[in-house]
Design a protein around this ligand. Sequence first.
Ligand code: MG
Length: 383
Amino acid sequence: MTSTIKRLAILGSTGSIGQQTLEVVRAFPHRFRVIGLAAGKNIDLLARQVSEFRPRLVYFQDGKSGQGLPDVNCEFLPPEGIASHPQVDTVIIATSGKSGLLPLVAAVKSGKEIALANKESLVAAGKIITGEARLSKARILPLDSEHSAIWQCLNGENQKPARLVLTASGGPFLHYSKARLSKVTIEQALKHPSWQMGRKVTIDSATLMNKGLEVIEAHWLFDMPFESINVLIHPQSIVHSLVEFIDGSVKAQLGYPDMRLPIQYALSYPERLPNPNLPRLNWDIMGNLTFGQADLDAFPCLRLAIEAGKKGGTYPAVLCAADEIAVDLFLSRRIKFTDIACLVEQVLGEHQTVACPTLDEIIAADTWAREMVSRFVSGDSLC
Ligand code: MG
């Protein structure tokens, strides 16, 4: 048992994961102290968070000074500076998309404990990040519910598992045909049946790209070959993932879909803390738990992601970048839902991969992929 206060920096503090992390901090003020907060767009919420938590380090993307923030004595640093600051014990990386990559690299190089929600950074640069983490002894703890589930199942085991099974809710369009998917609206896509999440990950969940990214994330986090990572559709989102061991025994982690549980587990690990705000499973009202296979024909993003992960090189970075822009285009009503997969596939098809890329080559591939998506869209060469 340790009773020392853990000093946290939360990057993406105004987003969904950031806000839920602060809820966990609020429940355990004697265990966690907020040292750093970084946000992108929501200055009003950041100002309220700064007033409440009094961090020493602050970053706001749209302004380097304290303009719009309460009159407190903060140092303004870029996210990389906050992520590697000597006063920070644990960095929570809860930004969306590409913005997590450089802060993650900075935190890893500084040997920090990192609670990672930004899967794209690990997908794009997993080899570099896990290599650096081995050198610096940085620890990457998953916040993603599936990976937290696998981590919880693996704790106490000292042999490599035989297989990881990631569960997927299937999103709002489970069982939809391709034709029906081409007509779905943003509003429908943003209505996830079981999880409350940010907009990018909600759309990624609807296309199943999110699950594909999670397969690549699991490959790096748990050092497992792609052939030993499976996806299982489980619409109720109660079983968060499963691990099969060499003797055939299977362990699973269950709970209501509430991100505060994996967040709290990563922050308090190896302890568990009693939090009355977290919902308990009620077996009296629990219905059937069902499992099935994903439809790779209707949801090609899952297949594209796994293929990109297996090919490696700069393919996963291109996959992430193309998807990020395609999702933005869908959210701004410029392309159809089914165009997301189509654009990602076209950009991957044009890509000349770099084997064992450096960080600069990964960033260059990312930039190239973003330009290619824009070119395909303006050239009207959608499917
Ligand atoms: Mg997840």
